[in-house]
Design a protein around this ligand. Structure first.
Ligand code: ARG
Length: 472
């Protein structure tokens, strides 16, 4: 007999049981479901809705059920559809019909919304910690490569040289915004829907605030219809996760390119690469490729969730059971990628000499020659044309700008003097970009220093919120 079987005259078709069940994936919510139920029954007791005696029996029973599930000793069944009804059934098996009092003043609709929020709170903290670890690995590489110059690219054409540290710090700031987005979303996740009932509230004199306080929520969802039908906190998480994936994927692409023979700028540690079953010489950057590839499923989950919600009438609809797998998979996908990424970045070998050689053998100091002429009074548009001519000449001579003699330089402008050779040297070109946020070494040092304060802030946020969810 189903928990809701009273008004039915027939057993459910087996295929319907199979099709509508969510137990095979929502069992992930078991621990949060137990936490929520413990808080709910305590509130029922405090409000005099369930006797102290009954509430204590239920509380003890819930703990036993929780332990059994954690130990893998509980049988979870499709007939009981989802984790909420499975736990209720296990509780009744454990303590008898008094277990049936747990669901007083509650519906699975507010219960599932609660579990999702409890789950996501923890995920926000864990993912933020992993992002911070990755930032620290990038930051370490920046500190170790303060004088390493490599070509900076636009259109994947060598553009102007930059410090490798500058390049690493660019990602530090991307992941910083990701952490900030996750921590900002906390306040919207951290509202308790419990007490909204199926959709309209409940006739029992419950105390929603009591449950919210117990579970360390900042407040309660103020509208019961909204409380049970809103999943925008899931969409928001998936959108934030999509941006994390975007950032990771761009970094992946650079690691893949940089470790090719064509670039040869870095070597990923053997521990983070794999070989080919056929070609003995191969060392493939599989991790970076797979993280890049998994971006697709994260974006897909975002689209899926948005589409599922679109056009749903208020309040709860069974469609919303589709909110879980994408969220779980996204959390697992990010955790998996980030856990690998920090040590992979930390252990990668930076081939500073090859990077420098790439800079020395290109024309990425052309802007500096143009700027030099501007310094001598020429209009930038004119100097741009003059230097364009000089570059063309050098290309035809199979030379780089620094290979030109002073005589050759002066064919293009008499304003050029012999100090030009210092001006066009790679490190001088980098250090000339001495503007806030620029690639000059002292400017990058500023970033490296100020990022430490950002890390400190993130670290404090993470610690505080780790404490907050450790409430039992
Ligand atoms: N398994 C359902 C879900 O995940 C729980 C809520 C079901 N509520 C209902 N009245 N059918 O969405």
């Amino acid at each position: 007999m189903k928990l809701w079987g009273g008004r039915f005259t027939k057993p459910t078709n087996e295929l319907v049981d199979e099709y509508t069940a969510s137990i095979h994936f929502d069992q992930k919510l078991a621990v949060y479901d137990i936490q929520g139920s413990l808080a709910h029954v305590e509130m029922l007791k405090v409000c005099g809705i369930v006797s102290e005696e009954d509430a204590d029996v239920i509380t003890a029973g819930l703990r036993v059920v929780g332990d059994k599930i954690a130990a893998g000793e509980a049988v979870l069944s499709e007939e009981n559809e989802d984790i909420h009804m499975n736990i209720e059934k296990l509780l009744i098996d454990e303590i008898g019909s008094v277990g049936g009092k747990l669901h007083t003043g509650r519906s699975r609709n507010d219960q599932v919304a609660l579990d999702m929020r409890l789950y996501l709170r923890e995920a926000l903290v864990t993912i933020s910690q992993l992002l911070l670890d990755l930032q620290k690995a990038l930051h370490k590489q920046a500190e170790a490569n303060l004088e390493t110059v490599l070509p900076g690219y636009t259109h994947l054409q060598r553009a102007q040289p930059v410090l490798f540290a500058h390049h690493m710090m660019a990602y530090v700031y991307m992941f910083q915004r990701d952490i900030e987005r996750l921590s900002d979303s906390w306040k919207r996740v951290n509202q308790s829907p419990l007490g909204a009932g199926a959709l309209a509230g409940t006739t029992f004199p419950i105390d929603r605030q009591y449950v919210a306080d117990k579970l360390r929520f900042e407040g309660i969802c103020e509208n019961s219809l909204d409380a049970v039908s809103d999943r925008d906190f899931v969409v928001e998480f998936l959108a934030n996760a999509s941006l994390v994936s975007t950032h990771l994927s761009r970094l992946c692409e650079e690691l893949v390119q940089w470790s090719s023979a064509e670039f040869n700028f870095i070597e990923l540690d053997d521990a983070f690469c794999t070989g080919s079953s056929m070609m003995p010489q191969k060392k493939n950057p599989d991790v970076a490729e797979l993280v890049r590839g998994k971006t697709g499923r994260v974006y897909g989950h975002l689209m899926g969730m948005l589409t599922t919600l679109k056009g749903l009438p208020l309040a709860y609809n069974k469609d919303m059971q589709e909110d879980k797998e994408g969220m779980f998979d996204t959390v697992e996908t990010l955790k998996g990628a980030l856990a690998l990424f920090a040590p992979m970045i930390e252990t990668m070998e930076v081939k500073a000499d090859n990077m420098y050689e790439a800079v020395a053998k290109d024309y990425s100091n052309a802007t500096d020659l143009a700027d030099y002429l501007v310094g001598k009074g020429m209009a930038f548009r004119e100097s741009h044309a003059v230097v364009g001519q000089a570059v063309l000449y050098a290309i035809n001579q199979q030379k780089f700008l620094l290979d030109l003699s002073l005589d050759e330089f002066q064919r293009f402008s008499s304003l050029i003097e012999k100090d030009i050779y210092e001006v066009l040297a790679p490190k001088a070109v980098v250090d000339a970009r001495n503007v806030a946020g620029g690639t000059a070494q002292n400017r990058v040092e500023e970033q490296i220093a100020s990022a430490k304060q950002l890390f400190q802030m993130s670290s404090e946020w993470i610690e505080l919120h780790k404490q907050l969810i450790r409430y039992q």
